[in-house]
Design a protein around this ligand. Sequence first.
Ligand SMILES: Cc1ncc(COP(=O)(O)O)c(C=O)c1O
Length: 408
Amino acid sequence: MPLQKMNRWASKALEELSKNGTLKGQEDVIEKIQKPVQDIGPRYFIKGEADREFIKMDSNSYLGLSLHDDVIQAEENASREFGVGPGSVRFIHGTYRPHIELEKKLASFHAKEAAIIYSSAYSAVCGILSPLISPETIVISDELNHNCIINGIRIAKPQGKEIYSHLDMDDLEAKMKKSSGHCRRLLVVTDGVFSMRGDYPDLRKFVALAKKYNEDFEEGIVTVMDDSHGTGAYGETGRGTCEITHEFDVDIIVSTLGKSLGVNGGYAVTSHKIVKYLRETSPFYIYSNPITPGEAAAALQSLIILDSSTGKDMLKGMRKMVTFFKDELRKIGYEVLEGEHPIVAVMIRDGQKTTHLVDHLKKNGVLAVGLKYPVVPKGDECIRFQIGAAHTPKDIEHVLSVVEKHED
Ligand SMILES: Cc1ncc(COP(=O)(O)O)c(C=O)c1O
């Protein structure tokens, strides 16, 4: 059989991952969801776990909109009207009314001129970086940027790449000065909210630096931010890192429809001209199907909810639970990072202890993620909880009681 040799090679590679502690292993399969009832949030049932119910404290669906009746209804209506798949890429009659309505709404939500939808935020990042990075562009990127940015830069093959220390604006400035006179264009890229710890850049400084050195480069400096964990999760109105830092002048914002907005897909918002250029040149847009009309209609409905008083109330309730959860964890004796983002990183600072706590949580019906070396540096091992608007204060109290029962 021709694959015998490759199968042996794959076995070895998997053994290596297991030895390094980076093997993700068998994926849990969710077989049933019990919808929220009164003061109890949604519960999840996993294959092989009999009738045990789980609280998901590792969901990116921060606002719980994936289970919202109006969002589900919007998807169903559009699917009945247009079918469940686009049938082709955007420029070959794969553009449906919900795509256009969603792009309009995304642009106005972020106060930008135009939006372009991709099939995921991952492909949005890769999709915008390669057309915007010329062979005479140097890219400067935060060392902890998401994997999609790292690979997006690789695909784009820039003239040069500089990595600055995480969130270190002095280092970013040094790298900008170093690039001056060596390329025609500079592209500076960062995550908004970083997914591991919920921290974010000083965006005012980030933008101010780009403005300060813009004239040093013939084609200027382009600022790009991927705020997949910020949109719909952070700020009083869910406008993410821009809202938290009061800085809205980032040239291009990329985000996902698959976290707070509860659906699937990704997008970029920026000027009319750049969007027009991307529609003509971005391979991830041109040669790949868009999200379905149903997904576009559902994401539009999510944005309408987010942009209403209901959305603001959801965000407010979530912030309250985050503060309560963090305060109580500290009282129990855990080290918890500062901030109001629903990502709650509990620093355990030991790989084995992290594993024990994650196992204890799961045994007691709580799903959370342990981050260990080499995913995080040695000594930074932590548990990442994610709070969502679908949780109830009673759910959070229950999770705390489980944590409290844990013995090292
Ligand atoms: C910063 C960031 N960008 C992009 C993505 C990918 O989003 P999507 O699932 O829409 O591709 C993620 C999700 O893990 C993320 O955290």
